[in-house]
Design a protein around this ligand. Structure first.
Ligand code: UT7
Length: 329
């Protein structure tokens, strides 16, 4: 039995932060941000709005678009590094908000690769034959962990959520293959050091700004270019597929230059690659499902099309997934 995506949804908060807004906050320029990253604007949550709120919007849209009743949903997996709180899980908050009384759920921490880890998990649950409706949501409120005095990081990220409903495939299309990696030796290069059991919150951790994201951009960039390009090439080779056969490549959106390198390695042309980093920045676990929902809205996927997904992020974590799309969008 194959798992297939039967609905997609996204949610972006209303407030937009532009590069010129950031020019007034830190020593940066629109020109630097555009040329080094491809980012022009990003969305930021309203005061009091958190990951569960964005994820609930997505979950409700998935119910509506799939014509599912809340009590039909069996599992809710939320990929995030910015849960509302350490516990209970954001998935539990979403489960309650949408009234999915028969669902169990959990959060999954895979940073920028979180959505792929969650999609793999959800797909395997469906393929086990034990489940028929699994919601997979990627959400991050990166503004809640950004240091808006650090130009190295604050210009890169945005807030948002996206998700899909997975169901057993009726036409044998759907999940084909995945290659997922973790290499914890890269942990020190992209992290939020405070707030966990190693450095619980104290006045000292706050004074040392340990509750903000820290990144050695240059090193992460180097590993991301290599990791994402290789894992895309590997999954194509393992399945005997050439770049030309891919209808759409939806990569994690961290830096346009990383995406371009992966696309080039697989021989993909611009029209095969979905880019929206200009509008949203890096929304961490949400970039891929947001892109997927845009592709569906723009009718870029038809029944039988090959879809390639790939990501690289903190951990390090990285991976790629191949799907044969199951319906005409
Ligand atoms: O999604 C999770 C994974 N994350 C990533 O994949 C991110 C990977 N890294 C990157 O995308 C890039 O490394 C960055 C966009 C973060 C940085 O681009 P870069 O081309 O690697 O720049 P750099 O770090 O080498 O910095 C070049 C210069 C430095 O100045 P000096 O030392 O040459 O004088 C930085 O201080 O640019 C400076 N700089 C900035 N200048 C203006 C760094 N941030 C900014 C900024 N505005 N916002």
């Amino acid at each position: 039995m194959k798992a297939t995506i039967t609905a997609s949804a996204r949610y972006l908060p209303e407030r937009i932060l532009t590069n010129s807004d950031l020019e007034k906050m830190v020593d940066t320029s629109d020109e630097w941000i555009r040329t080094r990253t491809g980012i022009v604007t990003r969305h930021i949550v309203a005061e009091g709005q958190a990951s569960s709120h964005m994820a609930t919007h997505v979950a409700n849209t998935l119910l509506e678009r799939s014509g599912s009743d809340p009590d039909e949903i069996e599992v809710i997996i939320v990929a995030t590094v910015t849960p509302d709180m350490l516990f209970p899980a954001t998935a539990a908050l979403v489960q309650n908000n949408i009234g999915a009384t028969n669902a169990w759920g959990f959060d999954l921490s895979g940073a920028c690769t979180g959505f792929l880890y969650a999609l793999e998990t959800g797909s395997r649950l469906i393929q086990s034959g034990g489940y028929k409706k699994v919601m997979v949501i990627g959400v991050d409120t990166m503004s809640s962990i950004l240091d808006f005095t650090d130009r190295n990081t604050c210009v890169l990220f945005g807030d948002g959520a996206g998700g899909v409903l997975l169901e057993p495939s009726e036409n044998s299309y759907g999940f084909i293959d995945s290659i997922l990696h973790t290499d914890g030796s890269g942990g020190a290069y992209l992290l939020m050091p405070g707030g966990g059991s190693l450095h619980p919150p104290t006045h000292e951790t706050v004074d040392k700004r340990m509750h903000y994201i820290r990144q050695d951009g240059k090193i992460v960039f180097k590993f991301a270019v290599k990791g994402m390009a290789e894992v895309c090439a590997d999954i194509l080779e393992r399945n005997g597929i050439s770049g030309k056969e891919i209808k759409l490549f939806i990569p994690h959106q961290a830096n346009k230059r990383i995406i371009d390198a992966a696309a080039k390695r697989c021989g993909l042309t611009d029209d095969q690659v979905l880019i929206n980093i200009n509008k949203y920045g890096n929304t961490t676990a949400a970039t891929i499902p947001i892109g997927l929902d845009e592709a569906v809205e723009e009718k870029r996927l038809k029944t039988g099309d090959l879809l390639l997904l790939a990501a690289f992020g903190a951990g390090f974590t990285w991976g790629s997934m191949l799907f044969r799309w199951g319906f005409d969008s």
